[in-house]
Design a protein around this ligand. Structure first.
Ligand SMILES: Cc1cc2nc3c(=O)[nH]c(=O)nc-3n(C[C@H](O)[C@H](O)[C@H](O)COP(=O)(O)OP(=O)(O)OC[C@H]3O[C@@H](n4cnc5c(N)ncnc54)[C@H](O)[C@@H]3O)c2cc1C
Length: 234
């Protein structure tokens, strides 16, 4: 059952040039599953309400975090003006983009800010040492657009069953990545055992639909092996 609460902002973290995380102090226990989302409302103004994935993991018990790509919208501007100590109203948890812990192998295909629920799920699996083999193929325009890079590098270091493959639109000297877009050959190359995995796709609706088509129509995967989260609004 979703709950509605007012929560104080504990910390704001600049993730890259246009992405910020907001860590909330939440009274009581945090009851959500990694990968779920919340709705946030600013200053009791329903106009300023957005759905945002929870980017923290239930294992991170000191805070509840959401992470927003800051656009030119009124909502983004109002959010960007908030400071530690300010309050927001949230309702959570929602959504079915959650990890099936009985699986041995999963893959994530994500683009840009679509990494937020993936970060939550991976952090949960790493902290719980679930032993699930995870591959993340993460596409961005350039290195400066990557969100949570340090987090994922630290997770991959402590959990050898997490592999991260970056896909960028442009080359970057000294940075290991594939240049271009995620397509069937990138997936085959980075995830040779793709037939054994459940796929989690998250990003703008156009990207998610393109990925789903590649997996189903070009690579012959059953659509039942694919879970999606569409970030409507991008
Ligand atoms: C389940 C879910 C999880 C999400 N998680 C994140 C996240 O973790 N981080 C993040 O940055 N964004 C996330 N989004 C997207 C977010 O809710 C906003 O839609 C997006 O950030 C754009 O809002 P804006 O205020 O920046 O831009 P705006 O200019 O307000 O929005 C851009 C355009 O999208 C339209 N729009 C806005 N919200 C919606 C909507 N819900 N459905 C359809 N159209 C809409 C607006 O009318 C406008 O035309 C998520 C969306 C969903 C549905």
């Amino acid at each position: 059952m979703p709950v509605e609460i007012r929560a104080k902002i504990k910390e704001i973290i600049q993730r890259n040039y246009n992405v910020k995380s907001f860590r909330l102090e939440v009274p009581g226990t945090l009851d959500f599953k990694a990968g779920q989302f919340l709705s946030v409302e600013l200053e009791n103004n329903p106009k300023f309400r957005r759905y945002l994935s929870i980017s923290s993991s239930p294992t991170e018990k000191c805070h509840l975090e959401f992470t927003k790509k800051l656009t030119q919208s009124d909502f983004s501007k109002a959010l960007n003006n908030l400071k530690a100590g300010d309050q927001v109203s949230i309702e959570y948890p929602f959504g079915k983009f959650i990890l099936d812990e009985s699986l041995a192998k999963v893959a994530f295909l994500s683009g840009g800010i679509g990494i937020t629920p993936v970060r939550s799920i991976c952090k949960y699996a790493v902290d719980k040492n679930l032993g699930i083999d995870m591959v993340l193929v993460y596409s961005n325009r350039s290195v400066r657009d990557i969100v949570f890079k340090d987090d994922f590098d630290a997770m991959a270091k402590s959990y050898p069953s997490l592999k991260i493959a970056h896909v960028l639109c442009e080359t970057e000297t000294g940075f290991k990545c594939t240049v271009g877009l995620i397509n069937s050959s990138v997936i085959r190359n980075e995830i040779p055992d793709y037939r054994e995995r459940k796929f989690y796709l998250c990003g703008p609706p156009q990207m998610v639909e393109a990925m789903r088509k590649i997996l189903v129509e070009e690579m012959g995967l059953n659509s039942g092996r694919i879970i999606t989260e569409n970030f409507q609004g991008y």
